[in-house]
Design a protein around this ligand. Structure first.
Ligand SMILES: NC(=O)c1ccc[n+]([C@@H]2O[C@H](COP(=O)([O-])OP(=O)(O)OC[C@H]3O[C@@H](n4cnc5c(N)ncnc54)[C@H](O)[C@@H]3O)[C@@H](O)[C@H]2O)c1
Length: 249
């Protein structure tokens, strides 16, 4: 296993995570996808990748999944698992449900935290590279962390939490040689946007200054590869949004 380099991608059964898993595989990484068993069962498996059924909200399950990779030289972990429901503070049927708020935070923020901690425990035992580096964790925030729209209260709060973790996590893990970055994507054309009509998608794309279109999952994957390859990128949340600043709606 000494020459094997393993990358873990959560949420790798779909969208941004699936593109990232493919890009890492195509760049010589052994890739293990963590995603919900149902997502993996329904077309979420891609050739040349290993798959493990993991719910990122289950801290013991996440730790057990990483324990199973202790001998595999895990050097890259990309957190893509997430959900994006929308609800207003006061909607037609009353106030924002606390249960929905908890669910969004549990998956997007606590899930990312669970994976970060378990990944760090495994990476800390890696042989250091020439710079003393033992691995890198890339989390997925969103531009909603900074410009949350109407109906994005829970989503924006959860992603602001992910962005807020980046610097302290990088500082906490500096002595172990583990880097932590986050990517804050704008509007990326994935199944997350599939619920919108073509007309709405065209309107969304029209607001993007340049390139004047939705982003591609492969562009996110390319940024992950750049972060992996550049040892001086650390502690930063990088916007990838074609200069889009989201309006209120
Ligand atoms: N698509 C966009 O425009 C956009 C913009 C900004 C940020 N993001 C973020 O990028 C990430 C990926 O989004 P996407 O567009 O690829 O969405 P997607 O719905 O295509 O993929 C999300 C994946 O996460 C998995 N997942 C959900 N809950 C999980 C859990 N509890 N445990 C394990 N896996 C779980 C799903 O099964 C799915 O495979 C999300 O965090 C999302 O918030 C997306």
């Amino acid at each position: 296993m000494a020459d094997t380099r393993t990358a873990v991608v959560t949420g790798g059964a779909s969208g941004i995570g699936a593109a990232t898993a493919r890009a890492l595989r195509d760049n010589g990484w052994r890739v293990v996808v963590f995603d919900l068993p149902d997502a993996l069962a329904s077309a979420g498996r891609q050739p040349g990748l290993a798959h493990v059924g993991v719910d990122v909200t289950d801290d013991a399950g996440v730790r057990a999944a990483f324990d199973g990779l202790r001998a595999d030289n895990v050097r890259v972990v990309v957190n893509c698992a997430g959900i994006a429901p929308s609800a207003r503070v006061l909607g037609r049927s009353g106030g924002h449900s606390a249960g929905l708020m908890r669910k969004i935070v549990e998956i997007n923020l606590i899930g990312t935290f669970n994976v970060l901690v378990a990944a760090a425990e495994v990476m800390a035992a890696n042989e250091p590279d020439g710079d003393g580096g033992r691995g890198v964790v890339v989390n997925t925030a969103s531009i909603a962390a900074f410009d949350g729209q109407i109906g994005q209260l829970g989503y924006a709060a959860s992603k602001a939490g992910v962005a807020g973790m980046t610097l302290p996590a990088a500082r906490d893990l500096a002595s172990r040689g583990i880097r932590v970055c986050a990517i804050a994507p704008g509007l990326i054309d994935t199944p997350l946007l599939a619920g919108f009509t073509d007309e709405v998608r065209a309107r969304l794309a029209a607001d993007v200054p340049f390139p004047h279109r939705l982003g591609r999952p492969e562009e996110f994957a390319g940024l992950v590869l750049a972060i992996v390859d550049n040892p001086y990128l650390n502690g930063e949340t990088i916007r990838m949004d074609g200069a889009l600043r989201m309006p209120a709606r």
